[in-house]
Design a protein around this ligand. Structure first.
Ligand code: HEC
Ligand code: HEC
Ligand code: HEC
Ligand code: HEC
Length: 440
């Protein structure tokens, strides 16, 4: 990340600020040093062991785990699949495996001159796509006298920090102005993207958070990761909305920023109902506000007044989309500034056992007001509930039998949203109430 010097501080601040707010900082940090390639990490005495090492700070079998279990390892191969070829054909971009718009997210698409000798595009989303170019830290970082702070100074990316991690993941899992996913790509058959930081961090991990980790990197708190992830995702979406290049195509705004199911619904449905979070009437295309909605629940145990302000400003944004582009930009900037203002507090907040109850209560109160009519929000609620339930378990707040019941109800909640084309908000609400009833 670029540092602002003191002499030209004011001028540079003006230059650095829009850089950060445009959401390009994660990608530019990752690409600020040469990428030496996965082969530089995968030696059997480095991260390529077949079994975890006993007396090491890290597992050292990360490469094997990544290669076997982590879809990132196959992200480039995906571009050779029949589904990808069909997407490529419909978009008229030729072979997706060599098309920049696909490689940006399905591989480590750093500029050719910044690739080391052992770099291979076919490694997909490799170690340095997340941990940053290793040019400056590769040799030093295995030495026990070298601290985590030293590594960060040498260009390692702070994947341990939730705000920074969220920015990184979202650069591919939501898209930013420099790694953009568009409705045209979706229209050609790309799957809809959805993301929740805590859930996704633990789907295919090659790491273990224990004593050795906290000693070097600080406390881990999954609920805080969830909370931060919602704030950063909201910022990211608002940045795209206000980006003239990424957010607008011809007379239409970029449709990928809207709730997919606002348009993709059965004509015979007749299921419209009001949502307090939008304040909009029937027949209006809604922005995808699922992360904004969740950020209010994030704030429930932190600052109730701030949560109310987010609700008000989210409604103002929805209203502005029915007025003009200028009004939309102004409302988006106001909301973004509120989220940005709250993010440091959220990132420092110690979400403990009592805050978990406040979050679940806040989520359920919204269910009673009909807030989860939109699939993207219901999906975020399920992932939030999972994050909170796991935290209850880790806190030792629930014993064996209760945990089994809670797990079963969580599975039941997920089951109600399994099919985005035929789910029922009523069944979802019933399952959510049952989950809450089983929580301590
Ligand atoms: C350079 C782009 C990129 C970055 C950065 C990135 N991902 Fe991904 N991720 C992908 C792609 C592409 C896929 C789909 C791979 C495939 O199936 O071909 C994926 C898939 C996944 C999946 C599998 C989803 C499933 O349905 O099983 C998880 C989990 C995931 N990513 C988590 C993360 C997390 C957590 C981060 C941040 C630490 C992250 N990703 C950062 C591009 C990225
Ligand atoms: C902004 C980043 C981004 C861009 C650009 C992008 N993808 Fe993806 N793609 C992803 C992510 C993230 C996933 C995984 C979604 C998930 O499982 O949550 C994915 C999933 C896929 C899948 C489904 C993989 C599976 O295992 O089911 C295909 C196929 C695919 N992408 C093809 C393409 C093609 C072809 C292009 C170029 C036209 C492209 N993608 C551009 C991020 C991107
Ligand atoms: C999609 C992003 C992503 C990719 C790809 C990735 N990592 Fe990670 N890695 C993470 C995250 C997130 C963590 C957990 C947070 C942390 O410790 O920084 C982590 C943790 C680690 C750790 C443990 C660090 C510690 O201090 O305990 C090691 C070692 C590691 N990764 C090595 C690798 C290697 C080697 C590869 C390639 C084979 C790789 N990673 C690929 C995101 C990624
Ligand atoms: C403003 C309304 C609108 C929104 C919002 C919208 N779409 Fe679409 N979508 C359309 C229209 C209109 C078409 C048809 C274009 C055509 O016929 O060529 C379409 C086509 C598609 C198709 C191709 C369907 C086919 O039959 O081949 C897919 C897939 C798709 N959209 C996915 C999405 C996803 C995913 C999202 C959310 C990220 C989304 N759409 C948001 C209006 C919308």
């Amino acid at each position: 990340m670029k540092r602002c010097g003191t002499v030209l501080f004011i001028v540079l601040l003006a230059l650095c600020a829009p850089l950060a707010s445009a959401g390009t900082s994660a990608v530019s940090a990752i690409e600020s040093h040469k990428h030496l390639g996965v082969a530089s990490c995968s030696n059997s005495v480095c991260h390529g062991a077949s079994q975890p090492f006993r007396d090491s700070n890290v597992l050292q079998n990360e490469f094997a785990v990544w290669q076997e279990f982590d879809p990132h390892a196959k992200a480039w191969q995906t571009l050779g699949s029949a589904a990808s070829k069909e997407i490529g054909r419909k978009l008229g971009i030729g072979d997706p495996a060599s098309a920049k718009i696909c490689l940006d997210c399905h591989a480590d698409s750093i500029a050719v001159e910044n690739r080391g000798e052992r770099f291979q595009l076919s490694d997909g989303v490799g170690c340095e796509s997340c941990h940053g170019g290793s040019e400056m830290w590769l040799n030093a970082h295995a030495d026990r006298s070298v601290t985590h702070a030293d590594n960060l100074k040498n260009g390692m990316y702070p994947t341990d920090q939730p705000v920074e991690r969220a920015r990184l993941c979202l650069s591919c899992h939501m898209g930013t102005s420099d790694r953009m996913i568009t409705h045209r790509i979706m229209g050609a058959g790309h799957p809809r993207l959805s993301f929740e930081l805590d859930t996704f961090t633990w789907l295919h991990p090659h790491y273990k958070i224990g004593e050795a980790w906290t000693k070097r990197k600080g406390e881990w708190n999954g609920v805080r990761d969830w909370a931060v992830g919602q704030g950063v995702a909201t910022e990211n979406l608002l940045d795209l909305i206000t980006d003239e290049k990424a957010g607008w195509k011809g007379i239409f705004p970029e449709l990928v920023l809207f709730d997919c199911h606002a348009c993709h619904k059965l004509m015979s449905g007749r299921q419209w109902g009001p949502r307090q979070g939008t304040g909009l009437g029937p027949g209006v295309v809604r922005l995808n506000d699922s992360n904004m909605l969740m950020f209010r629940h994030v704030l429930a145990p932190v600052d109730k007044a701030a949560a109310a302000r987010i609700l008000e400003q989210t409604r103002a944004l929805h209203r502005a989309t029915t007025e003009s582009r200028e009004a939309t930009f102004a409302a988006a900037r106001r909301l973004r500034s509120s989220v940005e203002g709250m993010l440091p507090t959220v990132a420092a907040f110690n979400y403990g056992a009592d805050s978990l109850d406040a979050i679940l209560a806040s989520i359920e109160a919204d269910a009673e007001r009909g807030e989860y009519r939109d699939y993207a929000s219901a999906e975020q609620v399920a992932m939030a509930a999972q994050s909170v339930v796991v935290a209850f378990e880790n806190d030792g707040k629930i014993d064996g039998e209760k945990a089994t019941v809670l797990r079963a109800r969580l599975d039941a909640l997920y089951a109600t949203i399994k099919n985005e084309d035929s789910w029922s908000v009523k069944n979802f609400r019933t399952a959510l109430a049952a989950l809450r009833a089983a929580a301590p």
